[in-house]
Design a protein around this ligand. Structure first.
Ligand code: V1D
Ligand code: CA
Length: 533
């Protein structure tokens, strides 16, 4: 099994938050997982990073300003008033306004955004954020223990670089928030495996398949109680294999909700730790950039065991680690066997009993057969390499990155590069000819203005009437964003333009401004010219 560069995001503060007494969601399980990962000596086998916390502005890439403003100031004391007596923003007992809720969200979302950046800059093959995976959060309200949809924010980050992203959700609950966010686009395929029938949130039938351009790009696999490893594998593998074949994602985000494990307090499946982790192993071997996120999981010792084992799977060392748990701070929680295992129980598998699993699989495969071929954003080529990689800015393997260093450092270096290129344009008559040929024969600067592309480092003829239509430098792939004080490159500019047209509109235009606007990636010859990225 090939070695992979794994980035692992963890904030030591995350385990201290509490949803309140009697609430099943326990952020402490993230800390237990981390402790076990550490006890197994896995930390020095991967890049351990403390994620930058997501800012309110970052969160509004998906959520409404009004909701983020609310979340940023609500406290247990003001909740009643700010939710208009429980009628807005929060969902009753499921989503209490607990102490520090915004900080908790900024850690969770910051981890998934950082993970995505680590993948797009080419510094990791697999990025992990066990504090993420909060798939129920909606654009303007919390739902099902989730307040901020870190997954949507992470995928938006991936879409700045990649044409297509696959989202897979093995949490026992339907991944409704993520599905809804990308329901009308063919750039994100969502696939959720979940219990369906008198179960939260009540969505996720096989009739729900996406709309408009997104028709058939939402895949749902509704299941019944008691599904075992073998039955799950028999639906997961063929459905995901088919998706990989027809959709050809550039990156995969796997939500590893652990409430699908046997014996979960809220779940009703019968998966063992191995059966759950098989999904991670299956995706790892596809050699597609992968993000692993947390999610549900309410029998905390089993969550810690499984996410620890899945961290080992990401590293490719799952066969080398001891099944007897090493000593760790929470050792006594894992008795009486103190083993790295989640065994199945004797519940009946209702999926196999009535043959419904075969029907569900057949329906999913039939849906996928209707997808013609991998879609693209318009017909132009989209870089397969991140801008950072292309310009040679990617972090070298083994280079230690602290905190959120990679993305910031990349931004800094891209900005520096952009300023260098921009300066070149202003001070020289840039040309792709040799050094000597930059000047007219009389020694003056040439009248034909040429500009350098930040994407290709090649000069473009910017002279009107000659060659391709004249384009301004910052219309092509990069522009300076004064708000964030950094260069926005390629589809990054999508987000810089704001989400006023809505997520779907942004997806439809593939990151271009709406008609009439002056940024149109499709027209950009730098991209069209088939510069192999
Ligand atoms: F049992 C509880 C005790 C206290 C507070 C809430 C719950 C609870 C259990 N199950 N709440 C639920 C589900 N909510 C309802 C609604 C409340 N009724 C009015 C209907 O049934 C929510 C289950 C959320 C599951 C979240 C998740 O596992 O999918 C997840 N994934 O990522 C993060 C969380
Ligand atoms: Ca699910």
């Amino acid at each position: 099994m090939s070695k992979k560069r794994v980035a692992y995001y963890y904030d030591g503060d995350v385990g201290a938050f509490t949803y309140g007494l009697g609430h099943p969601m326990k952020p402490h399980r993230i800390r237990m997982t981390h402790d076990l990962v550490s006890a197994y000596d896995m930390l020095d086998k991967m890049h351990v990073l403390r994620p930058k916390r997501a800012t309110p502005e970052t969160m509004t890439a998906f959520h409404t300003d009004e909701y983020i403003h609310f979340l940023n100031r609500v406290t247990p004391e003001t909740a009643e008033e700010l939710t208009y007596h429980g009628t807005r923003f929060l969902m009753g007992e499921d989503n209490p306004a607990f102490e520090g809720v915004f900080e908790f969200c900024s850690i969770s979302a910051g981890g998934s955004i950082s993970a995505a950046q680590r993948i797009t800059c080419g510094a990791a093959d697999i990025a992990i954020n066990w504090a993420g995976g909060l798939h129920h959060a909606k654009k303007r309200e919390a739902s099902g223990f989730c307040y901020i949809n870190d997954i949507v924010l992470g995928i938006l980050e991936l879409l700045r670089t990649y044409p297509r992203v696959l989202y897979i959700d093995i949490d026992c609950h339907h991944g409704d928030g993520v599905e809804e966010a990308f329901y009308t686009t063919d750039r994100v395929m969502t696939c959720s495996f979940h219990k369906f029938g008198e179960y939260f949130p009540g969505t996720g039938t096989q009739e729900d398949r996406g709309r408009d351009k997104g028709r058939n790009y939402a895949v749902n696999v509704p299941l019944k109680d008691g599904i075992t490893d073998e039955a799950f594998k028999n639906v997961f593998e063929p459905v995901i294999a088919k998706i990989l074949e027809v959709f050809r994602p550039s990156a995969v985000v796997l939500q590893c909700g652990a409430d699908s494990l046997a014996g979960d307090k809220l779940g009703c499946f019968n998966l063992t730790m191995q059966g759950h982790a098989h999904c991670v192993q299956f995706l790892r071997q596809q050699n597609i950039p992968l993000i692993l996120l947390g999610g549900g999981g309410y029998t905390t010792k089993n969550v810690a065991r499984t996410w620890t084992y899945e961290t080992a799977c990401a590293l490719g060392i799952e066969n080398e680690i001891d099944q007897n748990l090493p000593w760790n701070e929470y050792f006594e929680w894992f008795g009486p066997r103190y083993r790295l295992e989640v065994p199945e129980n004797n519940m009946e598998d209702l999926n196999v009993k009535d043959g419904s699993l075969d029907k569900v699989r057949a329906t999913a495969l039939q849906q996928l057969s209707q997808i013609p071929c991998a879609p693209s954003v318009g017909m132009h080529d989209v870089p397969r390499q991140s801008v950072g990689q292309h310009l040679g800015f990617e972090q070298a393997d083994g280079e230690e990155g602290d905190e959120d260093g990679v993305a910031d450092d990349l931004d800094r270096r891209l900005a520096q590069h952009a300023r260098f290129v921009y300066k070149l344009q202003e001070t020289t008559g840039a040309s792709d000819e040799s050094e000597d040929e930059r000047y007219d024969s009389d020694g003056s600067y040439p009248r034909r203005r040429k500009r350098m592309s930040i994407m290709t480092n090649r000069y473009i003829d910017a002279d009107p009437g000659k060659g391709p239509p004249r384009r301004r430098f910052f219309q092509s792939a990069a522009r300076w964003d004064p708000t964030y004080g950094r260069v926005l490159v390629g589809k990054e500019s999508v987000l810089g333009l704001g989400m006023r047209g809505g997520l779907a509109a942004m997806m439809e235009t593939g990151g271009r401004r709406t008609p009439g606007g002056d940024v149109n990636m499709e027209e950009d010859r730098d991209w069209e010219d088939g510069v192999s990225m």
